[in-house]
Write a protein that binds this ligand. Structure first.
Ligand SMILES: [Zn+2]
Length: 180
């Protein structure tokens, strides 16, 4: 079976920047599962995976604009510290969710003064050329429900997502729901 629209695949991958630093990776038991053709991954990444089968290995480089976009310095803004909830740690490098009127956005604190915090709304990988090294580990047909939802339901198609109506929170909210 080959990767095509409405097919589920599991990937082991390493994502590095120009300096060779690993920015993201998946391997072993913790693979990246996705549903092809539903914008689960960057379009340029899905384009490189189309037609591959289990065991296939691919390496490619995306320019920043094909990845998470170029950095926009206009997205680095000062925010008054009293706009931030008092319990929120205002520390360099801290990521927080703020809402400037367009819905909640992740930002990174890049500078702190007595009265203000400079926040960077650019995607943490914006502006980077991205080097992917991917091995296809599994390819399977998607379940109708996965296609309907536009996302994968885990290795065997039975795991629910937080935004699914049937979803029941099992109290495990640590880290595994990041946007890929
Ligand atoms: Zn779902």
């Amino acid at each position: 079976m080959k990767i095509a629209n409405d097919v589920v695949a599991a990937l082991a991958y390493t994502l590095t920047n120009d300096e060779g630093e690993v920015m993201d990776e998946a391997s072993g038991e913790d693979l990246l599962w996705y549903l092809h053709g539903h914008e689960n991954l960057l379009p340029a990444v899905e384009g490189n995976l189309l037609g591959l089968g289990v065991g296939d290995h691919v390496k490619f480089t995306l320019e920043a604009h094909e990845g998470y976009g170029d950095r926009d310095e206009a997205n680095v803004l000062p925010i008054d510290r009293d706009m931030l909830p008092p319990e929120m740690p205002v520390e360099l490098g801290e990521e927080l969710l703020i809402d400037l009127g367009d819905g909640p956005q992740i930002c990174t604190i890049v500078e702190v003064t007595e009265t203000q915090a400079m926040v960077d709304l650019n995607h943490p990988m914006a502006g980077f050329r991205l080097h992917f090294d991917i091995t296809v580990q599994t390819v399977r047909e998607a379940f109708a429900e996965e296609i309907e939802h536009g996302h994968v339901h885990g290795a065997d198609g039975t795991e629910m997502h937080e935004d699914d109506e049937e979803y029941e929170d099992e109290g495990d909210d640590e880290g595994d729901d990041e946007q890929k």
